[in-house]
Design a protein. Structure first.
Length: 255
């Protein structure tokens, strides 16, 4: 994975969670096709863990890593699981990501699949098309696409919670982390608000993959360049959802 990002650097944070099985290579090929279609400069340089690192030659060179089953030893014996897929690029456009496949625990409980991506922002990149594409491809339950403002990156500041793009606990707890610039409310969350009414109030709402895509404005950089306005708009938007839907309830305080 890439090293730490600069605090004042605009960084795209994208994450989705899904109950859908997508370990077949047909999904892998399409995923990397969409990543490169969004911007050829996002083409991974390497894929895999340090012990089985693969340099990019062509999309199909990544096939052995996608949906790979491995046997692991645990305190309760050995078990088979699908190995996660990390990728990395240090050249422009710098990015790194990780894929965890949907699976089942030894007790048969669902383990949701996840996709996360960090990337240097560039206005020429077709970010939104890529985000919509992977939400549709994976039949996502929820998705977040955001460029956090500098104040949202501050950690351990008293009296506020930062933006958090992670999807952990989303399905188990029936909660979302926060509202991003673009938030996808998949089928499990499609009835959390009157999305037709939100569209009338000026939010961009689009039906997508059995759910709704909601954008906070016309330009993703609004959340980075004018956070106070974005923050006020997010506070107002949350009033249209149940109070306990979002784990992060406080807004970052601008110094």
């Amino acid at each position: 994975m890439t090293s730490e990002w600069k605090r004042d650097e605009p960084v795209v944070q994208l994450s989705i969670v899904t109950e859908h099985e997508f370990s077949d290579w047909i999904y892998g090929r399409r995923f990397f096709e969409m990543l490169i279609e969004a911007d050829p400069r996002l083409t991974p340089e390497t894929i895999g863990n340090s012990d089985n690192l693969e340099k990019y030659q062509a999309i199909d060179s990544f096939k052995p890593h996608w949906g790979k089953r491995v046997q692991l030893e645990g305190p309760n014996g050995s078990y088979e699981t699908l190995w996660g897929v990390p990728w990395d690029r240090k050249a422009a456009l710098r990015n790194s990501g990780h894929i965890d496949f949907t699976g089942r625990s030894k007790k048969g409980n669902l383990i949701p699949g996840r996709i996360s991506l960090l990337a240097a922002y560039n206005e020429a990149t077709n970010w939104l098309s890529f985000f919509k594409g992977i939400c549709s491809l994976t039949k996502a339950a929820a998705g977040f696409f955001h460029v956090p403002a500098e104040v949202e990156k501050r950690l351990n500041a008293p009296g506020y919670s930062p933006y958090y793009p992670g999807v952990g606990g989303t399905l188990l707890n029936k909660q979302l982390s926060n509202i991003a610039w673009a938030t996808f409310f998949g089928a499990p969350f499609a009835h959390e608000a009157d999305f037709a009414e939100l569209a009338k109030l000026g939010y961009h709402v689009e039906e997508l993959a059995g759910g709704y895509l909601l954008l906070m404005s016309d330009d993703i950089m609004d959340c980075f360049n004018d956070f106070p306005t974005f923050s006020r708009r997010r506070v107002e938007l949350k009033k249209h959802f149940r109070p306990d839907l979002f784990r992060i309830t406080e807004e970052a305080q601008v110094p």
